[in-house]
Design a protein around this ligand. Sequence first.
Ligand code: G
Ligand code: G
Ligand code: NA
Length: 249
Amino acid sequence: TRRDAELRRALADEQFVLHYQPVVALPGGDLAGVEALVRWQHPERGLLAPGEFIAAAEDTGLIVPLGRWVLRAAVRQAAAWRAGLGAGAPRTVSVNASPQQLQNPEFAAEVAAALDEAGLPPTCLTLEITESTALGGGATWTTLAALRELGVRVALDDFGTGASTLSLLVDCPVDQVKLDRSFVPGPGRDAIARAVLQLTQAMGVEAVAEGVETAEQAELLTAMGYRRAQGYHFARPAPAEDLFAHRVG
Ligand code: G
Ligand code: G
Ligand code: NA
């Protein structure tokens, strides 16, 4: 198809770029890590968000080579920040992974090789998967276990929006849960955010609140006991060179 050919060419021509969004510590807002978010610098249509091409990449299977590129670029960038910024560098880089990547029996070895090549410790990488990916079973769970054995951290993204049951957290152990932005608390609507925090604390899993857009939301989350947050209130996704321009440049 045309779509397929266009995506293939984009990969060959290196038209993809990564933006990074800070994950911060609460209270205080100090930098804790970054999430890598892919964009397509399209020659005619300009900068495209993942919503415009990830689904097509998944349908055509091109998500496997695209995901490989994203992973390698993100760990290289994280290693460069560590070398250049020292204690000021983000301590973790989070990378989104699609179901097909996790089902690939070579994926854990590829991740290990990318980390090794970049010189980034495995504990500095978090792979974000969605609940539907985590429900993959079989090959997916073997890959996740191999990754965690390496020291790579696994996060369950968009938590609370899937059709999953809580037993998923038992069947598919993860290191971090990202509360979906639809559950960011407001006055009189904080039950889900509270419940998810209690659940993660009971399981010894880190909780990250996503989609924090106001100071009031950040205060509510802090008062509840959230220690990690991400959202436009703190910082928008930006190119690597803009993120720490004031410190590196
Ligand atoms: O800002 P935003 O539009 O960047 O991202 C939208 C969605 O695209 C998010 O749900 C995110 O998980 C997904 N996404 C962003 N980057 C990647 C990537 O590199 N791989 C995959 N599989 N999904 C991504
Ligand atoms: O979890 P996921 O990978 O879906 O989250 C990344 C997506 O969320 C990206 O599209 C990113 O641009 C978007 N995003 C990040 N912070 C905020 C925010 O505070 N509000 C909203 N509405 N979207 C956000
Ligand atoms: Na994500």
